[in-house]
Design a protein around this ligand. Sequence first.
Ligand SMILES: [Zn+2]
Length: 326
Amino acid sequence: MTCVLAIDIGGTKLAAALVDDAGSILRSATRPTPRKEVMSALAALVAEVMDGGPPPQAAGIGCAGPVDLASGTVSPVNMPSWRGFPLREEVQKLTTLPTVLAGDAQCFALGEHWLGAGRGCTSLLGIVVSTGIGGGLVIDGVPLLGPTGNAGHVGHMSIDPNGERCECGGRGCVERYSSGPNMARWALEHGWSPGAASHAGGSARTELPPQSDHGGAAGHLEEAQADARTLARDAAAGDPVAAAAFQRSARALAGMIASTAAAVELTAVVIGGGVSAAGEVLFNPLRDALDDVSGLPFVRAVQVKQSTLGVRASLAGAAQLAWRAL
Ligand SMILES: [Zn+2]
């Protein structure tokens, strides 16, 4: 039995698995990402997965960014103890295996292309819409990583050169419109009262209670978090501001998708991450916006799909990366 070692490193969770060439997981384990001593935790996790299992032939790592593939180092935003950390070298020393590294969103795209919603498509853009927006490209069946591993940063494509300033320093970035926290921020600025619509009875046609500028609705509403999940529930329940936040987000995503499709001739787009869990609340306005924004026939032909692998996509992509290295 031949297999590879796949590792997925995020700000909240470490995951490792032995994966065969058909994508079957032979063994796997996860543990929370510690605040410090991350490498020790990763070493224990890798030992747990490898101990007693078939020996892997290579290791593939998907890690939260930024990554620098030229040097094999990572500086994950949510992991302050790793800055310029030589992850590829450390895992190579730990396992004595040929070791390859990519960004977690790039691994998401590769995983969905191999085993998920993008299976069989020629050229794919994978997008993770969550606290931020990450992306990865698989073009003509091959992952496009770029010289330093930063290809696919679609969250920081500008869809409005006159738009708002983004945290990255750019202007009018998609992330400023479509990430979970930015959608919630915009909705709050426009009078959204978190949880009010979905607590009001759930019918899509329910009359909304008067909205308060101070969130001073009934006490039980205070439990509702001002996040993308509550926003999705409220949009589904008919809250006009919550629905408008999803429409605004969808139009920004559509502009980015149509531009990327025009540049590299995508055939499919797969969207995952927490915000995509909103389902039709996001995908319906996204399809409408793409219909409006897209012109050329090959751009209009792009298929947009929801992730089918979910949180397992990056691990699958890390495994595929290792198989390719062999
Ligand atoms: Zn930006």
